[in-house]
Design a protein. Structure first.
Length: 387
């Protein structure tokens, strides 16, 4: 097994480079129509770690999240058209709230069905998982402390969160290959999405097929400088108002990118800011895939089955709402991943469906961070009542 950080880094970069190269090559790109290339960027590192080529746990993985992810988010948001994002508010926010409702109401229903096979205090475990699936890990920990979830209940739910959430992300990525079929069946209203996509795609960077070295370095320096500053500010927030560093980092980096989009820095898109941001974001996806542990599904079989049943209810809520409102699959997937995965992975899924929608996925994920703790506490009351 490759244990060194340099070796793991080389493997992850190799996987991303190979997949993107083959997906863009004239002779091989047809093989990436289904499953799409991003599925393989996520799935292959999982296979490599499952075969013990690279470890599933490494100090490198959190560092990628700490430094590379904020840089990618800043670069993606620099070119964000906030007015266009607001125009997507009705469908995007609607799907986000419907997905959240599916999680909150799905928990007590599944808890009632599986009650005979669940341990005492299982209701508190479902509550913390609901906080994670409507917000993120910070919300999960906040609800754990608020309702005093025992470690014996909490730790198995972490396994469920890992297995089910990563599996659901893989399914969403896989479904990107059915996007046109679904939207045709659903008679989806694509006007707002197309308008937003056109505004981004007509940026001057689209006219340039080759990025100059000095432009790439300038964009990277802005991205990683922003990530460094965001990290320092996040530590300050943690010290002053006890905002968890991971949550603070995502919020500060996102705010930085949004603020920069309102300045002349927006012109960095002419130098390929969003394209470089996507490369960094997909690299983060390789590290997420490497951490997925499918073998862990054997450690809590009943809870795993309950978790997948819960996700299915969430999906049904979204499907019904999408059908009634004619919302396209790209927004359904972005909203779902914003719920289940949070702001770190929602831009990845959104970008796989529509590259211009990465900022929408990010902002939906941040909104989930805001409401996740409240949703978890509400779900706790419902689950305790049912149990």
């Amino acid at each position: 097994m490759i244990q060194s950080s340099s070796g793991i880094l080389a493997i992850l970069i190799f996987i991303e480079t190979l997949v993107l190269f083959l997906a863009g090559h004239a002779r091989t790109k047809k093989f990436f129509r289904f499953p799409p290339s991003m599925f393989w960027i996520y799935f292959l590192p999982m296979i490599f770690s499952g075969l013990n080529v690279i470890p599933q746990q490494s100090p490198l993985y959190p560092k990628i999240g700490t430094y590379v992810l904020p840089a990618s988010l800043i670069l993606l948001l620099i070119s964000a058209d906030l007015k266009a994002i607001l125009k997507l508010g009705k469908h995007a926010m609607g799907m986000m709230l419907v997905g959240t409702l599916g999680v909150i109401l799905g928990a007590p229903f599944v808890l009632f069905l599986f009650k005979p096979w669940l341990p005492a205090d299982a209701w508190s475990g479902f509550a913390v998982l609901a906080a994670s699936w409507t917000g993120g890990s910070a919300n999960m920990l906040a609800v754990k402390e608020a309702i005093n979830t025992p470690d014996s209940v909490f730790l198995p739910m972490v396994v469920v969160d890992t297995i089910v959430a990563y599996s659901w992300m893989g399914i969403l990525i896989l479904l990107a290959g059915f996007q046109k079929t679904y939207d045709a069946w659903n008679h989806s209203d694509l006007f707002a999405v197309k308008a937003f996509h056109q505004k981004v795609s007509v940026a001057p960077v689209s006219d340039s097929t080759i990025l100059r070295a000095e432009h790439i370095l300038a964009v990277l320096s802005i991205g990683f400088l922003g990530a460094f500053v965001s990290h320092q500010l996040a530590m300050g927030l943690d010290a002053l108002v006890h905002v968890p560093q991971n949550t603070g980092l995502i919020l500060v980096a996102s705010t930085t990118g949004i603020l920069l989009s309102l300045t002349p820095m927006k012109k960095l898109e002419n130098w390929g800011a969003s394209r470089i941001g996507y490369v960094l974001l997909y690299f983060v996806l390789t590290s997420i895939g490497a951490r997925a542990n499918l073998a862990g599904i054997l450690s809590a079989p009943v809870l795993i089955i309950a978790g997948f049943s819960w996700i299915l209810i969430h999906a049904v809520f979204l499907l019904i709402a999408s059908r009634l409102t004619r919302t396209p699959l790209c927004l359904v997937a972005a909203a779902s991943q914003a719920n289940i995965g949070g702001p770190a992975s929602a831009p990845v899924v959104a970008a796989i469906y529509e590259p211009a929608l990465a900022p929408v996925g990010l902002l939906l994920g941040i909104f989930g961070n805001v409401i996740g703790t409240y949703c978890g506490l509400l779900c706790a009351a419902l689950c305790k009542w049912v149990f």
